[in-house]
Design a protein around this ligand. Structure first.
Ligand code: NAP
Length: 487
């Protein structure tokens, strides 16, 4: 299959925090891959900006190293890296001061290109950057800003951040990134749901027994301990990534695939989420890896807080109070140091109302599984007869829509969520970015749950390293006569 790459319009992308981890691991290598495919036009420029003093040449060398280390995938023609590096500049700038701002202003003046500013810095600097972009005349109507997570740590701080950004930029200029929405499979989920007649009539509580969303990591908190301990799985994963996935599964069909139509429907889902009962939540903290506690310590040691009550694992049962989903639970689960690195959404359909083959033939539910990682793909489990002369025995087989096999072409394999989303910023398409009211609604649902844990002084349950989390998470499913799927 031949990939169609449509170049975007010429742009200047300023990466504030251009020397940081995210810029080196994702943004610069991603832009380079877009350059290789011809999607990033040869006139476009990338401007790194951070406090460190360095020349554009030194920054280009840093970018080249990052691309070699994290670039992966695509082989480019000889000379392409040099051509890309020529498009890179660097400005030493202090988000909180005045140094460097006039240099940036000069660089950006009167180019006629699309201007995008990526805030790849700590959220505490977002307001300073927005304010200076305006005071130095770089916040014109067509300019866009990209802001990273975390977007607030509760409703009050998210609202404050929204209000601050709104002083300098209009909502149509603000791109709040959630890289889960940039994944090929997540967009394919919408194509499968709304591009086929097959699924949508069954997509409701009459036919769907329950839905599971699991995002499991094998790694612990690593070097992010101090940050993570103030956050936990609820703030770091559920309020944003899992919530966004839940919205795409649960939302009504939007009238059009356009930013406001899609985001309006997602917002309705968040607002329809019921408060979660405490006994429908299991929180956990991982234990040390037996025999390797030095390298893989327990959660509290890793974050340097022996009395920490922050969760590294969370499982919860949620309900959406609307006609489509009343009675169909959504089970969310995420955790660190789990047995496998895997992210999957499973739509588990109900049993057939009656088996004409009898119980001895076996009975299987249809499950539509949307795998985000490792191997992105969509699988539908269907029941067929076991081949052979053994009579009518039923087995479950996957109808596999794995992209690597069925849809493979060079571009799909190498496009990372970040580069896809950056191209959407340049195209001015906000469909896959969170709107301010969505983020606030998500915090409004999350806050009382976290406040409840604090008020009750709840402590997370310990769980074995590289397991499926605390037993209580299994018990929660058993009580409902269900089980977590092996992901
Ligand atoms: P990082 O490695 O700590 O980098 C921070 C960057 O900000 C550096 O380039 C730093 O360079 C610059 N900086 C710090 N203070 C500054 C100031 N006053 N003025 C101008 N520049 C300043 O952080 P990161 O991991 O790249 O993360 C950046 C943002 O992305 C954060 O909001 C983070 O939560 C978010 N994020 C990161 C990841 C990831 O995988 N890393 C994933 C999701 C979200 P100087 O010290 O030279 O100024």
């Amino acid at each position: 299959m031949v990939s169609r790459v449509i170049p975007v319009d010429p742009f200047d992308l300023v990466i504030f925090g251009g020397t940081g981890d995210l810029a080196r691991r994702k943004i610069l290598p991603g832009l380079f891959r877009r350059f290789c495919t011809g999607q990033m036009p040869s006139e476009a420029r990338v401007i790194g900006a951070a406090r460190s003093e360095m020349s554009s040449h030194e920054y280009q060398q840093m970018a080249a190293e990052a691309i070699r280390e994290f670039g992966g995938g695509r082989e480019c023609e000889d000379g392409t890296l040099d051509a890309f590096l020529e498009r890179i500049r660097y400005v030493a700038i202090d988000a909180r001061g005045t140094g460097g701002w006039e240099d940036l202003q000069k660089l950006m003046a009167g180019t006629g290109r699309i201007e995008a500013y990526y805030f790849s810095v700590a959220p505490s600097l977002f307001g300073d950057l927005a304010e200076r972009l305006q005071s130095y005349g770089m916040a014109d109507d067509d300019a866009r800003i990209v802001v990273e997570k975390p977007f607030g740590r509760d409703l009050a701080t998210a609202r404050e951040l929204n209000n601050t950004l709104a002083k300098y930029f209009d909502e149509h200029q603000i791109y709040r990134i959630d890289h889960y929405l940039g994944k090929e499979t997540v967009q394919n989920l919408m194509a499968v749901r709304f591009g086929n007649m097959l699924f949508e009539p069954l997509w409701n509580s009459q036919f769907v027994d329950h839905i599971q969303i699991t995002v499991a990591e094998t790694v612990g908190v690593g070097g992010r301990g101090e940050y993570y301990d103030k956050s936990g799985a609820m703030r770091d994963m559920v309020q944003n990534h899992l919530m966004q996935l839940l919205c795409l599964i649960a939302m009504e069909p939007p009238a059009r695939f356009d930013p406001d139509a899609v985001r309006d429907e997602k917002l309705k889902v968040i607002r329809a989420l019921e408060p979660v009962e405490p006994h429908h939540i299991v929180r956990g903290q991982y234990e040390a890896e037996p025999g390797d506690a030095e390298n893989q310590p327990d959660y509290r040691t890793a974050v340097g807080n022996p009395r920490s009550s922050t969760e590294s694992f969370l499982a919860m049962k949620c309900h959406i109070a609307n006609w489509r989903w009343a009675g169909t639970p959504f089970y969310l689960r995420t955790g660190k140091r789990m047995s496998r690195r895997s992210s999957e959404i499973s739509i588990v359909f109900k049993d057939t109302p009656h088996s004409i083959f009898g119980d001895e033939a076996g009975r299987h539910r249809n499950v539509l599984s949307i795998r985000l990682q490792p191997d992105e793909g969509i699988t539908l489990g269907v029941t067929i007869k076991e081949p052979g002369p053994g009579g009518m025995r039923l087995i479950d087989v996957p109808l596999d829509m794995t992209f690597a096999d069925a849809l493979s072409h060079d571009d799909v394999e190498t496009v990372d969520a970040y580069e896809r989303l950056i191209m959407d910023v340049i195209r001015g398409n906000q469909t896959l970015f969170m709107r301010g009211d969505e983020v606030e609604a998500a915090w409004a649902w999350t806050d009382p749950i976290i406040e409840g844990w604090q008020a009750r002084g709840e402590v997370p349950k310990p769980y074995d390293s590289h397991s499926d989390g605390p037993d209580a998470a299994e018990q929660m499913m058993k009580r409902d006569h269900r089980a977590w799927r092996k992901v």
